[in-house]
Design a protein. Structure first.
Ligand code: 1HS
Length: 255
């Protein structure tokens, strides 16, 4: 049990990588707050995890809203009695070059991926400090590390999350909070579906085949393969790791 007695808040935990991380962290002994803007998805993830005997609570918020996020984070800390771990996993995709993308899509991409990380962290840090320190894991992407055609806003936003992580790590090291960022390669989740459909000219399966061919390991990742890296960063196994960008991408960016 690598997270026994710890309390973790995971954003976007109603589906995809966030849900896998919620299941994994719970199986390692943590109490979990499942934050999602989709209340039904949060309820369903929390009830499945509770059925295993672990503690899990759904909390609803759109992380781009400061009011909703502040309220949800405080509620999570109250329900769990403390907060030690925050996984800023909630994200949205977007496609288009700077010429093609709409201003609305650009703003939404930065509002969720970048501002959401800021707002959730801002609300959670006092609770982590009250618990004597903790671990924050931000979610970036390989799109922050290499150019990907047609991913202008997404790449810009995920690059900002890497830089933000380094700054947060320095600000929070003195109070015992480690801050790291994951850079996953493609994993098939609800976020990826429209991107894959577009890449496959209307066929998600074709899009996934084209994408898998970019990965030296010969396939894209699974949510649990990313969750296991998040578990390492969340746990005391990573006690000397802060400000690090951890790539989990089947060799994609090694090329
Ligand atoms: C959406 C996720 O963060 C991955 S960005 C797309 C990378 S690739 O598989 O299209 O090369």
């Amino acid at each position: 049990m690598r997270l026994k007695g710890r309390a973790a808040l995971i954003t976007g935990a109603g589906s995809g990588i966030g849900r896998a991380a919620a299941e994994l962290f719970a199986s390692e002994g943590a109490g979990i707050a499942i934050l999602d803007r989709d209340g039904q998805a949060a309820e369903s993830a929390a009830s499945d995890i509770s059925a295993t005997g672990a503690e899990a609570h759904p909390v609803v918020a759109d992380v781009s809203s400061s009011e909703e996020t502040a309220r949800a984070v405080d509620r999570a800390a109250r329900l769990l009695g403390r907060l030690d771990i925050v996984y800023n996993n909630a994200g949205v995709g977007s496609t288009g070059s700077v010429v093609d993308i709409t201003e609305e899509d650009w703003d939404r991409c930065f509002a969720v991926n970048v501002k959401g990380t800021y707002l959730t962290s801002r609300a959670a840090i006092p609770h982590l400090q009250a618990a004597g320190g903790g671990s924050i894991i931000n979610q970036s992407s390989v799109a922050a590390l290499v150019g990907i055609p047609g991913f202008s806003a997404y790449s810009g936003a995920k690059g900002a999350v890497v830089s933000l992580t380094r700054s947060m790590a320095l600000d929070l090291a003195p109070v015992g909070i480690r801050v790291n960022v994951l850079c996953p390669g493609t994993v098939y989740t609800p976020l990826m579906e429209p991107l894959m459909r577009e890449r496959g000219d209307g066929s998600v399966e074709r899009g996934l085949e084209i994408t898998a061919a970019k990965y030296p390991i010969g396939r894209i990742g699974t949510p649990m393969e990313i969750a296991r890296a998040a578990l390492f960063l969340a746990s005391d196994d990573a006690s000397f790791v802060t400000g690090a960008a951890f790539t989990v991408d089947g060799g994609m960016t090694a090329q």
